[in-house]
Design a protein around this ligand. Structure first.
Ligand code: FES
Ligand SMILES: [Fe+2]
Length: 325
């Protein structure tokens, strides 16, 4: 039995950092269960396309090259433009209009290269906003940690509303108190108050999470530290994900990063490493046995089911009326 019955959800996903792909560069990537090619044209715009050349199947990410605004297949030199159309066949007078590379909508924002994935190539259904604080000189550059996890995105995201696990998996004495859990189309917000036990006594802090679809979220921490965590989760395939934690921390007046920030980042990363063994071995129970003090698990699942374009076979209510045909 599959450990989780989910297809890959649609949404905006980090596929790279902007500095990883220079003008004229071509890179193979593997996300969404697909072979992809990421390239940057000579004018500086990045592009993400399916990598398998429609001519005779070469992977353009291995040995392909950029020629001005086009990408060139290494096998027979066919050129494709940024929209995926065949732009030139060097040994033929005519192009092949049917030969196309599927092209993914791409934006560079908040220090990421973000691509829109949809299994049926529907256009973006929302945008990722510019996040306040990112790129602000009062805050540090990203401190990034990467994790590869054998799990589905939904399973990992469910932790946000699984309040009880914090005490048992992470050993936190004080469980956050949720002030608000709001769902608005593809966006979700969870505002909470967290007590931190410090040598100077208990300090009240806040943890405020904003999600922008399945692949992108921000968490603002305040109280003992003023930090922003921008987390991106990208499906490699339907049972493996790449997670990147990007922290930016308010600098001290002298411009340095507070020592506490390192400890804080280490603590959050440790929490991730505590979660991973649970995620990698658990099964998704469609009908879980819940305690009445569990968090809003089923509300979360109904919300999340909107990201499955293939249809939600799990939570769809049975049709109450037999159809008359
Ligand atoms: S396989 Fe790409 S040009 Fe022939
Ligand atoms: Fe956790």
């Amino acid at each position: 039995m599959a450990r989780f019955p989910f297809p890959i959800p649609f949404g905006w996903y980090q596929v790279a950092f902007p500095e990883e792909i220079a003008p004229g560069e071509v890179q193979p990537l593997r996300y969404f269960g697909r072979d992809l090619v990421l390239w940057r044209d000579d004018a500086g715009a990045a592009h993400l396309q399916d990598a398998i050349c429609p001519h005779l199947g070469a992977h353009i990410g291995y040995g392909g090259s950029v020629k001005a605004g086009n990408i060139v297949c290494p096998f027979h030199g066919w050129e494709f433009d940024a929209a995926g159309a065949c732009a030139d066949i060097p040994y033929s007078d005519r192009v092949n209009r049917k030969a196309r590379l599927h092209t993914y909508p791409l934006v560079e924002r908040n220090g990421f290269v973000l691509a829109w994935y949809h299994p049926f190539a529907a256009p973006p259904a929302w945008e990722i906003p510019v996040i306040e604080g990112v790129g602000d000189p009062a805050f540090s550059d990203y401190i990034t940690s990467e994790f590869t996890v054998r799990s589905a995105l939904q399973e990992m995201a469910e932790n946000t509303v699984d309040l009880a696990h914090f005490q048992y998996v992470h050993g936190t004495d004080e469980v956050a108190v949720v002030e608000a859990y709001e769902l608005d189309g593809p966006f979700n917000t969870m505002l909470s108050v967290q007590k931190y036990v410090t040598p100077k006594g208990v300090v009240d802090g806040r943890i405020d999470v904003h999600g922008y679809g399945p692949g992108f979220s921000t968490t603002h921490f305040s109280g003992i530290i003023d930090a922003l965590l921008v987390a991106t989760s990208t499906p490699i395939d339907d049972e493996t994900a790449q997670v990147r934690f990007n922290f930016t921390v308010r600098r001290k007046p002298d411009g340095s990063v507070p020592r506490l920030a390192e400890l804080f980042v280490a603590m959050i990363n440790q929490q991730m490493n505590e979660d991973i063994p649970i995620w990698e071995h658990k099964q998704h129970l469609v009908v879980p046995a819940l305690a009445d003090t569990d968090g809003p698990i089923m509300t979360f699942r109904r919300f999340y089911s909107q990201f499955y374009a293939e249809g939600d076979h799990i939570h769809a209510a049975p049709d109450p009326v037999a159809s008359p045909n």
